[in-house]
Design a protein around this ligand. Structure first.
Ligand SMILES: Cc1ncc(COP(=O)(O)O)c(C=O)c1O
Length: 346
């Protein structure tokens, strides 16, 4: 059976160039700071994000957690979106391990937080957890891969600064945002104290995310990475893929965005009101489904049995993500399957 895997861009496989780079990578003990390939990747990443230094981490989850641990002390308050990865998708790690209180806010339908609501949530009163950090995603995963512009990022930064908060950008898919806006990633990251981005998503690396920020921050972050067991020793074999990704895999993301648009418009044509097209900015298509005869999980199950893999998020919400392993033909095939499954469904 033909499989079109639209669950996530994390299913992307390393390219032949990445595999070749892995076999040639010069390595050393990264725990001692002696892996030349990791050091090069960290430098490249920091440069791309307009930061002084970078820290190669096993995952985006770990890199975000290290950022929170480095910016805060247990008992501090962190403000983020109700649907933020650090809140919804870390198995409680942010609160359990960093020991912070998360103050979560709803975004509007295109994933934007209200400056006024953030301001109203900031608490510097001694009787409450002290607001220390604002965390924002770009792109916003569960809002549908929506984008924050440089101006919006700047406004969030100014607000955070006004109250003495640090601003961490969860830029798991920051290159998608930059490509969609046609700007250098720097434009989206220079107004953030720290930035995390993932190599393991649309950029197709098998593993890896990088935390970037000021040198003294990264020095401290290294201690927390060690605390979490995140020192990976001769990990240049993996970092080598990251170097190829930064050199060669960014520009092609445009194609993923075009596929997502085709998918979104196709789904919306099949069933009106299923996709809010205004949320489809990059490679993620979130859609709502409910019917008296089939729930969202059953829809995902039926599609899956016909080889089209989607992800049930929660309730009536599902997600499909485009990436380099799916072609435009695969998108049309998936739409054909969806049409068949939804035919006659009220
Ligand atoms: C916005 C966002 N942040 C962080 C992560 C975590 O990355 P990882 O899967 O590498 O832990 C993800 C993963 O999907 C994500 O979408």
């Amino acid at each position: 059976m033909k499989i079109v895997d639209l669950r996530s861009d994390t299913v992307t496989k390393p390219t032949p160039k990445m595999l070749e780079a892995m076999t040639r990578a010069e390595v050393g003990d990264d725990g001692l700071g002696e892996d030349p390939t990791v050091n090069r990747l960290e430098e490249m990443a920091a440069e791309r994000m307009d930061k002084e230094d970078g820290l190669f981490c096993a995952s985006g989850t770990m890199a975000n957690l290290i950022a929170v641990m480095t910016h805060t002390r247990p008992g501090d308050g962190v403000i983020c979106d109700e649907n933020a990865h650090i809140h919804k998708l870390t198995m409680g790690g942010t609160t359990a391990i960093a020991g912070v209180t998360l103050y979560t806010l709803m975004t509007n339908h295109i994933g934007k937080l209200s400056l006024k609501e953030i301001e109203d949530t900031i608490n510097l009163n001694a009787r409450y957890p002290r607001s220390k950090l604002l965390v924002v995603e770009n792109t916003n995963n569960l809002a549908g891969g929506t984008i924050l512009t440089p101006e919006e990022t700047g406004a969030l930064f100014s607000l955070a600064r006004r109250y003495g908060l640090k601003f961490h950008l969860d830029g798991a898919r920051i290159f998608n945002a930059a490509i969609a806006l046609g700007v250098e990633p720097k434009r989206l990251t220079r107004d953030c104290d720290t930035v995390m981005f993932c190599l393991s998503k649309g950029l197709s690396c098998p593993i890896g995310s990088i935390l970037t920020g000021p040198s003294d921050f990264i020095k401290e972050a290294r201690r927390f990475r060690k605390m979490l067991g995140g020192v990976m020793r001769q990990v240049g074999v993996v970092a080598a893929c990251g170097i190829v990704a930064l050199q060669e895999m960014v520009d092609r993301l445009t194609e993923d965005h075009q596929k997502a648009r085709r998918l979104a418009e196709g789904l919306e044509n099949i069933r009106k009101g299923m996709v809010r097209l205004e949320t489809v900015h990059t490679n993620i298509v979130c859609f709502e489904f409910s019917s008296p005869t089939m729930n969202c999980m059953q829809l995902v199950d039926k599609l899956g049995k016909k080889g089209v893999l989607a992800l049930h998020i929660e309730g009536t919400k599902c997600r499909m993500v485009t990436h380099k392993e799916v072609s435009f033909e695969d998108i049309d095939y998936a739409l054909g399957v969806a049409e068949g499954v939804l035919k006659g469904v009220r």
